[in-house]
Write a protein that binds this ligand. Structure first.
Ligand SMILES: Nc1ncnc2c1ncn2[C@@H]1O[C@H](COP(=O)(O)OP(=O)(O)OP(=O)(O)O)[C@@H](O)[C@H]1O
Length: 814
């Protein structure tokens, strides 16, 4: 705390800033409202203000300019309104807590010591010459996060500025009232951080701008790397850093970066809702949020059904040790690897020589163009032309062929049958609608104009002049063409969408005999259990299903064949829980977003999927993706989420966990309860839930291993009388307070006041491969962790110092 005099001065400064804010908010209100009204007014009267006359060329030109002028006026007002509204909203956001930090800084050579107050946005003095509050994202504010008092330096667009920091101070201001002031020397206020972390879990992630730590600041402000990789322990603030980084980037590049040019890949839909308020809280629009699964579904044909990653994981978790399951595991690993990516590239090269597969083009139960003809045509092209370009040539050829076939088809008997169905009214109706379309210049198909022109002309002649030729014959001919053209339309569209390529056949053909696979992919190494992997893959493909591990390679192969689809608008791709993506998926993302920088945040300690990617190795596929030069690898080892006791317990079960440093915040030790049977366990959990709620813990999770177990636990606890329980499934979209029953893999990325591990027995968590899943579940706890075990306890706790937790046996004694 500071002395009384300082306190008084700070109080006065706060009052001054608050008063200024209030004045400016009131002053600006009429301007903001005025601009909004003007915009509405211009929109409403847009056409009244425009002179529309298209009689002559000059009139037309005048009309054109008049519309352009009106448009320019509207967009100028809209821009001013947006700008002023933003300033106004920023001031309103500042009002309850105008600043949270201050540094006193004397820049070398100036002899002038300036007090810099830092808040969630900038607030300029009325003269516009100085700032009463600096936005936390300004270059000078980085001093606050990076240094303690003493010699300091910060980067500006004009170069490095050095000087002396004489003071660093933190404030707690609530509802405009000064509550606390701390002078800090080393890191940013342990006091503030203590208070922030001591609070209960929330259904929405909070912004951390007042307490960003130095190593997190490096992530937030990294503006140079093409690839930024953050390996951080559970609860080390990776997601928090990612969200503040988005806010920082939007601020720094406001003139050229919009919120929808940043995409965040989240672990599940519920997580999207959890982080969705951070940016609006910071005065920024939300960035695009999606899951990889959503992205796959978007790119795949609607009739393909990709498996969800959670179903894949469930299969892995519940798999008995059979050859079939072992093969699936091998398949997942292999299909996630760089080796498979390279194999597919080799496969594309092989397809240039042989093996392409096409689908017959069928029409009314007949084959119009056979796959065999396409193949012959395809391999007649110059062999130096790339695969996708050759496929494009074939597409053009097919469209031409279809045109010729279409003409021939006019004579077919089915066309006559259709013609017979048209009665006179339909003839006339068709004529009238077509005529209207032409008059409105909304000609949809080429034939319409042709038909209407000729038909109209014929009618004119019929009515006025002598009928010199066979009118009925001509009309029938036109209608025949119209009918055939309409029926061929879907064929043309399918050709344009490359439906003539048998993608499923192409992918399936890879998974045949081992020797064939080697031949097609240039001698690639083949994983163990190849025959079984192939059988499983093809069985799914036959049902138009794709295993999760196949979805990305399948899309990748499609791109090799049909050409790359790219999103060049997106400038930043953030991948949270980055350890859960395969090297293959990263390579795919890189191709998909060629103009984007990538930020990958994750924790290899929480790598629960078989296809996990290491984030911390200097020479991982992830580092190789953009190369060492363009990659920055940051490690976070300080964990903020859980109490010291919970971190000490959880890190003990993780190989390499010793390096994790807990933040000094204390609560009770984790409790391990050994119980006799399921009923006893459920009764005990039920009672514990009541106690925890009575102690004020609002957000509690009963974490299970699988979805089926979550359902069981939910039913059992509901039977005990628990009414307010919520079962979380992979479809759950929102994160809510109360008691959640949730499988561990869906609890990724989120946190709870108290966590109860439903089954911590060796039977549930016995395999080494599930250690990280167990660790992930336990690290969701902020304040309290309880583990319930029927029979033998999971071996992950075997080597733990028994001092790290409290053990309770059946009788309830410790
Ligand atoms: N600098 C900070 N100031 C205040 N709170 C922080 C800070 N850094 C992290 N936290 C808090 O720590 C908790 C964990 O943060 P976050 O969820 O970002 O961690 P994470 O590394 O993404 O965790 P995990 O990998 O386990 O999901 C959150 O409650 C967050 O608000």
């Amino acid at each position: 705390m500071i002395n009384a005099n300082d306190w008084k001065q700070e109080q006065e400064w706060l009052e001054r800033v608050t008063e200024q804010l209030k004045l400016r908010i009131a002053d600006m209100e009429p301007e903001v409202t005025g601009l909004r009204n003007q915009v509405t007014d211009i929109r409403r009267r847009f056409w009244e203000e425009v002179t529309v006359n298209t009689s002559t060329h000059e009139d037309f030109e005048e009309t054109f300019y008049s519309i352009r002028q009106q448009e320019a006026l509207l967009s100028e007002r809209e821009r001013s309104h947006r700008l002023r509204l933003r300033q106004w909203n920023n001031m309103k956001r500042l009002l309850p807590s105008p600043f949270f930090g201050r540094i006193d800084f004397e820049e070398d050579g100036t002899g002038f010591n300036e007090s810099i107050y830092i808040g969630v946005s900038s607030f300029a003095a009325e003269d516009g010459m100085s700032f009463l509050v600096y936005d936390w994202r300004t270059p000078i504010a980085s001093l606050y996060y990076d240094y303690s008092p003493g010699r300091v330096a910060y980067a500006t667009p004009g170069g490095l500025l050095t000087g002396e920091m004489r003071l660093k101070r933190q404030y707690q201001i609530r509802d405009g009232q000064l509550r606390n002031v701390f002078d800090t020397s080393i890191t940013i206020g342990d006091e503030l951080l203590q208070q922030a972390l001591g609070q209960g879990a929330d259904t929405q992630m909070k912004s951390i701008v007042a307490t960003i730590q130095k190593e997190q600041n490096a992530i937030i402000r990294d503006d140079k790397s093409r690839m930024l990789i953050v390996q951080g322990a559970a609860g080390s603030g990776k997601t928090s850093a990612a969200m503040q980084r988005a806010a920082y980037l939007l601020y720094r590049h406001r003139d050229r970066l919009a919120a929808d040019q940043i995409v965040l890949f989240s672990p599940n839909p519920m997580f999207n809702s959890y982080v969705s308020t951070v940016l609006p809280e910071l005065g920024e629009e939300n960035i695009q949020q999606t899951t990889f699964q959503e992205y796959l579904a978007y790119w795949l044909e609607p009739d393909m059904r990709p498996e969800s990653p959670f179903d894949q994981l469930e299969d892995v978790l519940t798999a008995a040790p059979t050859t079939e399951n072992e093969a699936r595991m091998q398949g997942i690993r292999y299909k996630a690897s760089e080796a498979f990516l390279l194999a597919l590239q080799d496969y594309a090269a092989w397809l240039c020589r042989e093996g392409m597969r096409f689908c017959d083009i069928r029409f009314r139960d007949r084959v119009l163009i056979t796959a065999q003809r396409m193949e012959t045509q395809f391999y007649s092209y110059d062999s130096s032309v790339r695969l996708d370009n050759r496929v494009a040539l074939l597409k053009d050829w097919l469209l031409k062929e279809l045109k010729a076939l279409e003409s021939e088809e006019c004579a077919a008997t089915w066309v006559q049958d259709e013609l017979d169905y048209l009665d006179n009214d339909q003839y006339d109706e068709a004529y009238r609608t077509l005529l209207k379309k032409v008059q409105r210049e909304e000609v949809v198909f080429d034939f319409t104009r042709e038909y209407v022109e000729e038909y109209g002309e014929l009618r004119g002649r019929e009515q006025g002049e002598e009928n010199v030729f066979d009118f009925a014959g001509q009309e029938e001919e036109l209608l025949r063409r119209m009918i055939v053209k309409e029926s061929f339309r879907p064929l043309r569209q399918e050709v344009k969408r490359f439906k003539f390529v048998d993608l499923i056949g192409l992918y399936g053909q890879l998974f045949g005999e081992e020797a064939d696979y080697r031949r097609m992919t240039g001698g690639t190494e083949v994983p163990e259990h190849w025959t079984e992997i192939g059988r499983q893959t093809r069985a799914k493909l036959e049902r138009l299903e794709l295993l999760y591990e196949d979805a990305t390679p399948f899309l990748y192969m499609r791109e090799l064949v049909e050409g790359v689809r790219r999103n060049t608008d997106v400038r930043h791709v953030f991948v949270d829980e980055g350890q859960d993506y395969s090297p293959f998926q990263y390579a795919f993302l890189k191709r998909l977003f060629p103009r984007a920088r990538m930020t990958v945040l994750g924790d290899f300690g929480q790598a629960i999927f078989v296809q996990a990617t290491s984030l911390h190795e200097e020479d991982s596929p992830l580092v190789r993706l953009y190369g060492h030069e363009e990659t920055n690898l940051i490690r976070l080892v300080r964990s903020y989420r859980s109490t010291q006791e919970i971190v000490a317990f959880t890190k003990g079960m993780l190989p390499g966990g010793e390096e994790i440093v807990p933040f000094e915040r204390y609560g009770g030790k984790p409790r391990l309860l050994k119980l006799g049977d399921g009923k006893e366990r459920d009764e005990r959990i039920f009672a514990d839930l009541a106690v925890l709620q009575a102690e004020g813990f609002d957000s509690i999770a009963v974490i299970t291993k699988t979805a089926a177990e979550a359902r069981e636990a939910y039913d059992a606890l509901t039977e005990q009388g628990g009414e307010a329980l919520r079962l979380v499934t992979k479809e759950t979209l929102t994160f809510e307070k109360g008691i959640a029953v949730i499988p561990a893999y869906l609890a990724k990325g989120v946190e709870f006041d108290a966590v109860l591990i439903y089954d911590a027995s060796a039977q549930a968590y016995g395999r080494e491969s599930e250690r990280k899943l167990f660790y992930t579940a336990c690290t969701r706890a902020m304040h309290q962790l309880r583990l319930y075990s029927l029979g033998e306890v999971t071996p992950y706790l075997r080597d733990l110092d028994s001092e790290l937790y409290e053990m309770e046996n059946r009788t309830g004694s410790l």
